[in-house]
Design a binder for this molecule. Structure first.
Ligand code: NAD
Ligand SMILES: O=C(O)C1=N[C@H](C(=O)O)CCC1
Length: 250
């Protein structure tokens, strides 16, 4: 049995993860903590993997604390910066156990992971690309972690293909053109009734490719979370790994 602790257990994702763990035959819930409970109860003696879904302001501290306590992690919280990821890498180098692992994914839904993958593949063939992410209005961060990841992947593919800046004749104040990430415009919609959605628009003269992923329900994330827990518990990915595509044969 893989012993799994959940951090952020009272939240929307944490609640779904606790339920998914209870339904999994090969996992058992070691501890469920939220908010002010603190992480003291989670140790490498009682937990193989901690799953962390909290808020961008808390996630880095939680990860560093648990790495220092010898616990492996699967992290779904968004808002990660390159500096934060570097801090995790450094913490892993000084971790108390050998071969400790941290896995971070902005999105655990297969539809979103594939949309991101296909968008990066398509990017070199199109003059223009923009990302629109659409989420429930209780989401605290914008743009979504997934949209940032997609924009960065498109930007990298365009650079590797030697593509220059996209055509854009906007003059003057350009607030309504969205946030520019790696040269890609990203637009965030918050709307009652939505859950988690992303559309990538790729354009050439006279044609458009649209790639869209829709998570209608948080159950869409659970197979990916369980896959990540099993993979990290197996010890096959020591160090820091980012993105569920790393565990899929894409
Ligand atoms: N990777 C994915 O597939 C995926 C999917 C959905 C959401 N998310 C991300 O997961 C995060 C959580 O989303 P949510 O909708 O569950 O949010 P939420 O607000 O419903 O839940 C967050 C929970 O974390 C708790 N929390 C805050 N600070 C804490 C701390 N220091 N220690 C322990 N618990 C703490 C809060 O009390 C709350 O219960 C967000 O960053 C969101 O973008 C990722
Ligand atoms: O509901 C959220 O919040 C989500 N956050 C992730 C993101 O920011 O990309 C994944 C989708 C759901």
């Amino acid at each position: 049995m893989i012993r799994v602790a959940v951090v952020g257990a009272a939240g929307r994702m944490g609640t779904s993860v606790v339920q998914a763990l209870e339904e999994a035959d090969d996992m058992t819930l070691s501890l469920a903590v939220d908010g002010r409970d603190g992480l003291e109860g989670i140790t490498s003696d009682n937990t193989d993997v901690a799953v962390e879904f909290t808020v961008p302001q808390a996630s880095l501290d939680n990860v560093l604390t648990l790495v220092g306590r010898g616990v492996d992690l699967v992290v779904g919280t968004t808002g990660w910066t390159d500096e934060g990821l570097d801090q995790v890498r450094q913490a892993l180098e000084q971790a108390p156990r050998e071969h400790q692992s941290v896995f971070i994914a902005p999105n655990f839904a297969i539809s979103a992971v594939l949309a991101d993958h296909f968008a990066a593949k398509a990017a070199e063939y199109f003059t223009s690309a923009e990302v629109i992410e659409l989420h429930h209005p209780d989401k605290v961060d914008a743009p979504s972690g997934t949209a940032i990841h997609t924009a960065q992947a498109i930007g990298k593919a365009r650079r590797q293909a030697g593509l220059g800046p996209m055509p854009d004749g906007t003059q003057g104040a350009a607030d309504s053109r969205g946030q520019v990430i790696d040269g890609v415009h990203v637009h965030a919609v918050r709307l009652q009734g939505l859950n988690a959605h992303e559309e990538v628009l790729l354009g050439n003269s006279g044609e458009q490719l649209s790639i869209r992923a829709d998570s209608f329900d948080r159950s869409s994330f659970m197979p990916g979370v369980l896959l990540a827990v099993r993979t990290i518990a197996s010890g096959s990915h020591p160090g820091l790994t980012v993105g569920l595509d790393r565990f899929l044969d894409l």
